[in-house]
Ligand binder design. Structure first.
Ligand code: NAD
Ligand code: G3P
Length: 329
């Protein structure tokens, strides 16, 4: 459900893994291009989609008879979209979140929004997350991800439905950790982007990534995640990919800010979803509720929403009081 970059490439993956897939899209020209040209020219130009991946504008048609319903809309529109789709959801279908965000206003993770809106038990909600750039997956580059569900059997079913010769899937029952890894790395990538845009090198980048992982782990521990998750694909793996790649929309957003563009200019230049921008405030709110320090997230929020000049935010980070490295973890 959602035919942007990731919804489209996930449909291809499920098809390549042997599934029968129908993709829902909201724009007629995208649906038409997928069905006739086997390409999504707006989001994945140049990537050939299998003829078996069919697209439709009708959510009920896409949902009919589905074993898995994968949700790939922007995190902040999920509640509104899913509310409309609930009457057409097959009663036994597993709902998969592909989204890496936290809801503004409620601080809910995507799986929590899904459970609330669709009124389903946690055993029917899974999360699929890892270091996966749509364009790289779309060209069949070797990649891996994590299929997470509190019910190990459901995680294994999703694993079986998404493994291909080019794509490896691991299972996890740590839904909280997997979701936090995916959502908070976007905020760290925004910060890394700023650092890159300012012209700093790999030492500074490694500093932000490492301390970023420390604050993801602190929040995870406070929310009941398994800290081992953050050393895996959904944690460190995705952090490395997103903070290192020019393909990342979040890193690119930060880089444009670091180069001196105004926030309005960067927003206007960003054509795809950079989840960290809107998720930064709810993540900070979540951290405050649980007495967790997240200085990088706070610096990002200060720059994006509180008018703090980048230079002041940088000084606030580097001049924090001296601490042992394991502080708070
Ligand atoms: N692109 C990637 O490489 C990648 C990888 C892993 C996870 N994700 C996650 O997948 C989710 C979707 O991101 P994406 O990369 O596909 O974004 P995208 O910007 O490429 O596509 C977003 C899609 O949502 C649609 N959309 C926008 N507003 C909508 C609304 N109000 N109602 C319904 N549909 C709407 C757009 O038309 C588009 O089809 C994000 O949470 C992202 O973090 C993306
Ligand atoms: O382009 P980004 O920054 O949304 O990152 C995409 C994926 O989450 C990378 O795993």
């Amino acid at each position: 459900m959602g035919s942007g970059s990731f919804g489209t490439v996930f449909a291809k993956l499920l098809h390549d893994a042997g599934g029968e897939v129908t993709l829902w899209g909201r724009r007629a020209e995208v649906v038409e291009a997928i069905n006739t040209r086997h390409e999504n020219p707006d989001y994945l130009p140049g990537i050939e989609l299998p003829a078996g991946v069919r697209a439709t504008l009708d959510p009920a048609e896409a949902l009919a008879g589905a074993d898995f319903v994968a949700l790939a809309v922007p995190a902040q529109t999920l509640r509104e979209n899913l509310t409309q789709w609930v009457p057409a959801l097959p009663p036994e279908a597993v709902l998969i979140s592909l989204m890496k965000g936290v809801e503004l206003g409620t601080t809910r993770r995507m799986s929590e929004v899904i459970r609330e809106v669709a009124d389903v038990p946690e055993e029917r909600v899974a999360v699929f997350t890892g270091p996966n750039f749509a364009r790289e997956m779309g060209t069949g580059q070797p990649c891996a991800s994590v299929a997470a569900c509190v019910d190990e059997d459901v995680a294994q079913r999703l694993q079986a439905a998404s493994m291909t010769p080019y794509f490896r899937v691991y299972t996890s029952t740590d839904v909280i950790g997997c979701e936090l890894g995916g959502a908070v790395k976007n905020i760290v990538a925004l910060c890394v982007g700023v650092v890159v845009g300012l012209g700093f090198g790999d030492s500074t980048r490694a500093l932000i990534m490492t301390r970023g992982l420390a604050e993801i782990s602190r929040l995870g521990a406070a929310l009941g995640a398994d800290e081992h998750t953050f050393a895996g694909l959904a944690g460190m793996g995705d952090l490395i990919a997103t903070c290192s790649s020019p393909l990342s929309r979040n890193r690119t957003f930060g880089e444009n800010l670091g180069r001196g563009m105004t926030l309005e200019q960067v927003i206007a230049a960003t054509k795809q979803t950079a989840e960290g921008v809107k998720s930064s405030e709810p993540v900070l709110e979540l951290a405050r509720k649980h007495n967790v320090e997240m200085p990088i997230t706070e610096a990002v929020v200060n720059v994006l929403y509180r008018g703090m000049p980048i230079k002041d935010a940088a000084i606030s980070l580097i001049s924090r009081s001296p601490k042992p490295e394991r502080y708070g973890v």
